[in-house]
Design a protein around this ligand. Structure first.
Ligand code: VGL
Ligand code: ZN
Length: 198
């Protein structure tokens, strides 16, 4: 078994009623739970931010949610406060099967740097440790699903192909935030990258 299912950020804050709700985000859960039964290994990611995280508009005086800012590592969207460590919004959606997970990887816990990708933080250099884990377990074929398609799923998939994995994104088991055409841009980017879209 060299395959792993990577389930991105199916947390309360990304589901309807949450602080950064992805439209119909909860609609993928049934399908994702079913996929877990067919996968050799299951890995969940959890967006996990301290209150003072610099991706939050609230930590930039005068800024509004969804404004852009410049970070030392490049442009960054300013988000509403979400997935704050220890809050209900940061917990997995109660319908998500978490018992099948071999590993839960948390990301975005350093206040100065955001982390969309499950592999590398937004400076595209700082590792989360997931690559080392997959390598030492010999897991090479990755299926990526979850929230949001056009941010954390996208960057996870792009980093995964760059790192040499065979990567499939199941679009039907993902939902998008769709900020200024980000869903279309994500589709275009994935098609060019060598990721299989299914
Ligand atoms: C995400 C924006 C901010 C995601 C996380 O999971 O796609 N998007 N933090
Ligand atoms: Zn976040």
């Amino acid at each position: 078994m060299t395959d792993a299912l990577i389930v991105i950020d199916i947390q309360n804050d990304f589901c309807p009623g949450g602080a950064l709700a992805v439209p119909d985000g909860d609609q993928v859960i049934g399908r994702v739970n079913a996929m877990m039964s067919e996968s050799g290994s299951v890995i969940l990611t959890q967006d996990w931010h301290p209150e003072e995280h610099l991706s939050f508009a609230s930590n930039h005086p005068g800024a509004a949610a969804y404004d852009m800012t410049e970070m030392p590592y490049g442009p960054q969207v300013l988000w509403p406060d979400h997935c704050i460590i220890g809050t209900p919004g940061a917990e997995f959606h109660p319908d998500l099967r978490t018992d099948r997970a071999d590993l839960i990887i948390r990301k975005g816990f350093q206040a100065q740097i955001d982390s969309y990708s499950a592999f590398l933080e937004n400076d595209h250099k700082t590792p989360t440790g997931l690559h080392g884990y997959l390598q030492t377990r010999g897991l090479k074929k990755l299926t990526i699903v979850g929230l949001a398609f056009d941010f954390c799923v996208l960057y996870s998939a792009l980093d995964a192909v760059t790192l040499g994995y065979e990567v499939t994104v199941i679009e039907g088991a993902c939902r998008s935030i769709d900020l200024d055409g980000s869903r279309e841009a994500a589709l275009t980017g994935l098609r060019k990258s060598g990721v299989t879209l299914a």
